[in-house]
Design a protein around this ligand. Structure first.
Ligand SMILES: Cc1cc2nc3c(=O)[nH]c(=O)nc-3n(C[C@H](O)[C@H](O)[C@H](O)COP(=O)(O)O)c2cc1C
Length: 212
């Protein structure tokens, strides 16, 4: 179901909080399946330590690749050499996802702990990455490396045939976030609504309304 319609239907029910968790995870699952869903693309935030004292929040756009409602996990793919991987590892995997799309005015924040996966699950994910998608993992120099030339760095090293694209596997990782809490906000015309869900170790959840 379309994002806004799903939450409008939920809010019209007798006890919306009872199904809030289910509808949020159904929407994330729809986002992970692509099909132009507003939650296919999110912003992932980490902490970037820039000095002895200061850590700045650091956000970037990532594609939600997989979602598992039962284990409350969200996956994205990345290059292991990227700054975000170091930032996650330096902060015990603490991350925050943000999903938002202006036409619906529904926002979701998901805090949790991310793990960098490089086993058979990453092999299977890599197999499904298209040749074009693999170009994101094929740069000879690490992503984010500074270049002193007048022109932007060449990307010619990324346009290769299928067989050569296999070298990208070395850089490819699946990153899985286990969600610990959600903060959902809907700027509804008839009145704003906000809810929070927190999960404990056993997987049970506590759902409550918040003042929007
Ligand atoms: C539409 C869009 C989708 C993106 N998807 C991803 C992604 O799924 N994984 C990823 O690592 N970077 C993705 N990026 C690039 C990141 O936003 C970011 O620029 C890059 O990963 C470097 O981030 P870092 O230096 O903070 O690690 C995407 C960028 C855009 C604009």
């Amino acid at each position: 179901m379309e994002l806004q319609a799903a939450f409008d239907l939920l809010l019209s029910s007798e006890k919306p909080l009872d199904e809030m968790d289910t509808v949020i995870w159904q929407s994330l699952t729809a986002g992970a399946s692509g099909n132009q869903h507003p939650w296919t693309i999110g912003c992932l935030m980490t902490f970037q330590k820039t000095g002895e004292q200061v850590s700045y929040p650091s956000g970037r756009t990532v594609v939600l690749r997989r979602c598992d409602a039962a284990s409350r996990t969200l996956d994205f793919h990345t290059d292991v050499r990227s700054a975000k991987v170091k930032e996650m590892e330096m902060n015990a995997g603490a991350v925050c996802w943000l999903f938002y799309e202006p036409s619906t005015k529904i926002q979701l924040r998901a805090q949790g702990f991310a793990t960098v996966v490089n086993d058979k699950r990453a092999d299977a994910a890599w197999e499904a990455v298209s040749l074009q998608g693999r170009s994101g993992y094929l740069s000879m120099d690490p992503p984010g490396q500074r270049s002193l030339s007048q022109q932007p760095p060449s990307t010619a090293d990324r346009f290769v045939k299928q067989l050569e694209s296999e070298r990208g596997r070395e850089n490819f990782r699946l990153v899985r976030t286990e969600v610990q809490s959600l903060d959902w906000l809907y700027l509804r015309r008839g009145g704003h609504v906000r809810a929070s869900i927190t999960y404990d170790q056993k997987g049970s959840s506590e759902v409550s309304w918040l003042v929007p």
